[in-house]
Design a protein. Structure first.
Length: 251
């Protein structure tokens, strides 16, 4: 198991891509802490699944946009598991509105979670990794929106672009400490959020037009995370890995 002895924290790990990532990392040997505002009741099943894989699991209810909450989550993880080797910045929210209708509060909501969340978690996790020694890994779950100006997503597009650039900056700064920092750009992934945003017919018909005739699956993003944070990705840092089934080639 390539992640044996490693401790990972997955933000927004209670559902969809985050959940699949937590399970993938656990299946390959990592103990996993989940930082998510979802209720403990929602997380119980996931914790049991991680433990069934023979790994330790910790659920920390919290908010990545709140510095004190992140500090507490990292502290609890280190107290419980002794260290932190892998951070996956997966938590995300989106407000879909055209620029002309966008409220300041909408922008703040998105930037608070995606941008400030990634900043707080990465800075505090990196400090812990440097303190304990032995390197580490930080992965941003970004989006193809980072480089493509899809409309009605001003705050989201801007935040994802910023996250990619912060990741590249930190990759340079943290390389001397053996900490690798990378970003993944998922394309259109089949999650309940997408089923809320789009009609079933749109998902079915638009999905057929994608190169593989379907949306991506959360597990397909999770496997890319596992590659980046394992020794298989030992020479990869400052990179953006698009996992989109060719989505941007056509849209
Ligand atoms: N689904 C897609 O098509 C798609 C495509 C590209 C990128 N992404 C990105 O992947 C990531 C996960 O997306 P998903 O589709 O699984 O979304 P999701 O809404 O199912 O999951 C997001 C998770 O983040 C958590 N979260 C929200 N606010 C939080 C906060 N303040 N602190 C901690 N956790 C918080 C939620 O509780 C939830 O568990 C997001 O960053 C999203 O932008 C998704």
């Amino acid at each position: 198991m390539s992640l044996q002895g490693k401790v990972a924290m997955v933000t927004g790990g209670a559902s969809c891509i985050g959940r699949a990532t937590a399970l993938e990392l656990a299946a390959h040997g990592a103990d996993v802490a989940i930082l998510d505002p979802a209720s403990l009741v929602q997380a119980v099943g996931l914790l049991a699944e991680i433990e069934k894989l023979g790994r330790r699991a910790l659920y920390v209810p919290g908010d990545v946009g709140d510095r004190a909450s992140v500090e507490q989550a990292i502290e609890r993880t280190v107290t419980q598991f002794g260290r932190l080797d892998i951070l996956v910045n997966n938590a995300g929210v989106s407000v879909r509105k055209p620029l002309l209708e966008l409220e300041i509060a909408d922008v703040e909501t998105v930037w608070r979670v995606i941008l400030w969340g990634a900043f707080h978690c990465s800075q505090l996790a990196a400090r812990q990794m440097v303190k304990q020694g032995g390197g580490g890994n930080i992965v941003m779950i970004s989006s193809v929106h980072a480089s493509r100006p899809y409309p009605n997503a001003t705050a989201y597009n801007g935040a994802k672009a910023a996250v990619n650039h912060m990741a590249a900056t930190w990759a340079r700064e943290l390389a001397p400490h053996g900490i690798r920092v990378n970003a993944i750009e998922p394309g259109w992934i089949d999650t309940p959020g997408e089923h809320k945003a789009f009609s079933e017919e749109t998902i079915r018909e638009e999905g057929k037009k994608l190169p593989f005739g379907r949306l991506g699956r959360p597990e397909e993003i999770a496997r890319a995370v596992r590659f980046l944070v394992s020794d298989d990705g030992s020479y990869v840092t400052g990179s953006v890995l698009r996992v989109d089934g060719g989505f941007v080639l056509f849209r």
